[in-house]
Design a protein around this ligand. Structure first.
Ligand SMILES: O=C(O)CCC(=O)/C=C/C=C(\O)C(=O)O
Length: 288
């Protein structure tokens, strides 16, 4: 039978999650029907969503026989908004735990981009028995860089875009987000701007969260050795948001890990090198 590409509308679902004494309506996309599930966790940029971050990765994994769940973390996409004053990595992990519990999924592979990587590590540290393999891309822990002053130029532009969400600031951020900005189309900018402006409360609450706690993503370095899940770390050599040495920290901390560094690649390996990335991930997941 010919494979039918997944669509956002046909896979869109909502669940309620209790968090901090409140009920949050959480959005996710549920794609495919495989026995094994890959959860994709997006980054923290304004306008990011599961679907937008992983648009080039969903079909190849579903076609290969995986169920793919794309979670919109609270404060992004169609999920409810939140002001977060604790660890956002752990908040996202708690939300994911409730979603997989409600879906009755016992074990998941986690694929996280940037903040999504931080959240995947938080989930694994708290519920290790629920994790198969980890794929951490441009993220996995907060903390300092040995070489790059923090916040990085990318994170400064990201925060600037949250404060002043307009097309000029979006282009400034996206131009250093990827290695080769000539791949970025006006349609992509427009879709991203529309995503952002559709939920101004998300943007305002991200800034309020930073004011309440500037360190939204804790440094998990001292606990990385607790992670037993086989872990594939993926980084762009030219990442100007989360510097590559964070990937080296993950590699030295997580015993069963290996690292793939893409040349000519910024903070969005899954998009910039989609074909190769998809094959890399599938080979890793299929490996005994
Ligand atoms: O500050 C950090 O460590 C995480 C930054 C981050 O998650 C940035 C991600 C950006 C995107 O993935 C996006 O905007 O699509």
């Amino acid at each position: 039978m010919t494979y039918q590409p997944q669509t956002e509308a046909a896979t869109s679902r909502f669940l309620n999650v209790e968090e901090g004494g409140e009920t949050l309506r959480i959005h996710f996309n549920d794609c495919g029907q495989g026995d094994e599930t890959v959860v994709m966790l997006h980054g923290s940029g304004p306008g990011a969503t599961g679907w937008a971050n992983f648009s080039r990765n969903i079909d190849p994994l579903v076609e290969a026989g995986y169920r793919v769940i794309l979670l919109d973390c609270p404060g992004w996409g169609k999920s409810d908004t939140i002001i977060n004053s604790g660890s956002r990595s752990d908040l996202n992990a708690r939300i994911l735990k409730s979603v997989v519990d409600q879906l009755d999924i016992q074990k998941v592979h986690l694929l996280g981009n940037s903040m999504g990587g931080h959240s995947a590590v938080a989930f694994t540290l708290t519920w290790p028995e629920r994790v198969g393999k980890l794929v951490l891309m441009g993220g996995g822990t907060g903390g300092m860089s040995l070489f790059t002053p923090m916040p990085t130029e990318g994170i400064k532009l990201l925060n600037g875009l949250y404060r002043e969400p307009n097309i000029d600031n979006l282009k400034k951020m996206m131009n250093i987000f990827v290695y080769d900005p000539s791949d970025l189309t006006e349609a992509l900018f427009e879709a991203r701007l529309n995503n952002m402006l559709a939920r101004r409360n998300h943007l305002e609450n991200f800034i309020k969260s930073l004011e309440a706690n500037p360190k939204q993503f804790p440094d998990f370095s001292p606990r990385l050795a607790e992670i037993k899940a086989p872990t594939l770390i993926v980084w762009g050599r030219n990442d100007r948001f989360v510097p590559m040495d964070a990937g080296l920290r993950l590699l030295s901390g997580i015993n069963g890990s290996e690292l793939h560094i893409y040349r000519d690649c910024g903070h969005w390996a899954q998009w910039e090198h989609a074909e190769s990335f998809n094959q890399l991930v599938l080979d890793y997941l299929n490996r005994a």
